[in-house]
Design a protein around this ligand. Sequence first.
Ligand code: TXE
Length: 478
Amino acid sequence: MDLLNYVNGEFVKHSNEKWMDVLEPATGKKFARVPLSSAEDVDLAVSAARMAQNEWGMLSHKIRAEWLDKIADALEEKYEDIAILESRDTGKPISLARSVDAYRSVTNFRFFAELIRNQEEEEFLMDDATNIVIQKPVGVGALITPWNLPLYLLSWKVAPAIGMGNTVVCKPSELTPMTANLLMETIDEVGLPSGVVNLIHGNGIGAGAPLTSHSDVNLISFTGGTDTGAKVAAVAAPQFKKISLELGGKNSSIIFDDCDLGKTVAGVTRAAFLNQGQVCLCGSRILVQSGIYDDFLEKFIESVKGMKIGDPSDEETELGALISPEHLSKVESYIQLAEEEGGKIITGGRPSLPKQFENGNWLSPTVIIGLKHDSRCSTEEIFGPVVTIHSFETENEVIEIANGTRYGLAGSVWTRDLDKGNRVARDIHTGMIWVNTWLHRDLRVPFGGVKDSGVGREGGRWSLGFFSEAMNICLKHD
Ligand code: TXE
């Protein structure tokens, strides 16, 4: 299947003859081709978005919210298609593609429809004047997404962006273009006005960079690696574009000796290895209070070894393949580094799987102990099924360890004492902390990180604020 770009309400070929094979991470088999578009294609898409923006921006919040509902309804019809396609394109287990990717993609559109429908102008009254604050569209938005949660993250951006009156050009990862294509087919089917949502396939150099640097792009919402985020910011800043960056993470799971050990082992295993550890929120540094270290380690290893790895289309599978051979070798290079840094690998390595998977990107969940908490492996983002485990004595010590990386995205604290959980959370320099849970998501709360995990917040009213320009009109009374 040769994918096409989606520009001004039409599926169109890109302007050159450059393509990239789309491979199944589980088998290495080619199953589609994605266009490697260029600046020329990007320019057409931005022009289409620009042409459509004025009329789209003048519609009421209510009308635009109805369009979001229409897209949600149409996506819901394709729930199983989304799950199957996302699982095939990313290598993640079908159960995860259903419960996380398909579920959240529909929910994102529904959630923002509801939130935007009920948006009202704000008033601030003075004795002699009335201040009215309105939220105007920013203009044309560039939405750039990564390969780990393709439709989940694309829908997270498209829904509030167009809901607030902007028009957009989407640029999904070249590694996982399939469900972005399904979203365009859906948008086309519901008859969304042409030019409101456009999509250009391609890689960072050929399509991503021309899009972020385009003079007619007013806003960029980017999710991806920290290094790439820095490049995007460097291009956007001098042009004063509005920018939101959701970047990498190296999140700590902090386990106190008064935790519920059974629940904690299950929760920390899920936080460590969901989506093969390829989620920026994953808990890849496990910090255990010394009193329960041995007990936790024994139960955690048992839990990890019990995870079913293999065929992503098997309902029972808990761990699928990594996204690409290049990413697999990046992750394995960190495991090698861990040994050089004095770490001990308790479990891991290449799994033995049926022949049909021999060309897939497979790695068993890997647990490393004995590393210093400031070693490279326990402070740099590995973004695979690899965790390092460290012990600590006191609350102050673990807060210092948890804050000892360049990142500040998320983390979790496990203790029966919620006051302690709440207290410790406040001293951790991240955008989010879960206490006795992980990835428990209320879409109304702010999502994003500090330090090298990014800039800005999306989610709930924070998305509405980012995807609009607040304006104050002050009416002086006679
Ligand atoms: O991200 P990239 P990738 C981290 C994780 C992973 C690393 C690379 O560490 O190893 O990022 O993953 C487009 N201008 N996360 O390759 O390279 C690119 O085509 C504009 C964390 O997915 O940052 C893709 O669409 N765009 C992250 C998108 O940017 C450019 C989830 C992301 O690509 C560009 C995934 C450029 N110069 C990876 N270069 C999270 N926080 O969830 C590339 N792109």
